[in-house]
Design a protein around this ligand. Structure first.
Ligand code: CDP
Ligand code: MG
Length: 152
């Protein structure tokens, strides 16, 4: 099992899409192991998006991501990092194919509703930015035997 970090961005919260997005991840078979609402500070935004801080568009990204409450979550599953990224689709909602979250709900390059870690290393780093290990609600749902074969 692999963990990845998900952030439902301020546009997702404001547009009342949290439920639909969470439902998609649940339907896919991912297990939610942690979840909380918070308001991202400029300092946390710079840590989260460290790779983009020097980009010309970073200030508008920081304004967006700090502009309202977000929902941070950790989900777990086989190849969770890749599975979540595939479910999100391309960065811009204009390029994301229909069927993906961004493809179905966004027409924006910035307001693309959901963040997902882009590698297992990024997932470890991002989970630690937002959560303590003690906040992880590890569990093996009893339905698991109907979601995956024993040898998968
Ligand atoms: O989120 P993802 O990994 O697909 O994209 P990214 O290239 O790592 O960019 C991080 C986030 O910055 C995006 O999800 C957009 O919300 C935002 N962004 C932006 O505001 N302007 C851009 N030109 C590119 C990305
Ligand atoms: Mg990225």
């Amino acid at each position: 099992m692999q963990r990845t970090f998900i952030l439902l961005k301020p546009d997702c919260v404001q547009r009342r899409l949290m439920g639909q997005i969470i439902t998609r991840f649940e339907q896919k078979g991912l297990n939610f192991v942690a979840m909380k609402m918070l308001r991202i500070t400029p300092d946390l935004a710079k840590q989260h998006y460290a790779e983009h801080v020097e980009k010309g568009w970073y200030p508008t990204l920081e304004g967006f991501i700090t502009g309202g409450p977000v929902m941070a979550a950790v989900v777990e599953g086989l190849e969770a990092v890749k599975v979540v990224r595939d479910m999100l689709g391309a960065t811009s909602g204009l390029n994301a194919v229909p069927g993906t979250i961004r493809g179905d709900f966004s027409s924006s390059r910035q307001m693309n509703l959901v963040h997902g870690s882009d590698s297992p290393e990024a997932a470890v780093r991002e989970i630690a930015l937002y959560f303590e290990e003690s906040e992880m609600c590890e569990d093996t749902p009893t339905i698991s035997k109907w979601m995956l074969a024993a040898d998968e």
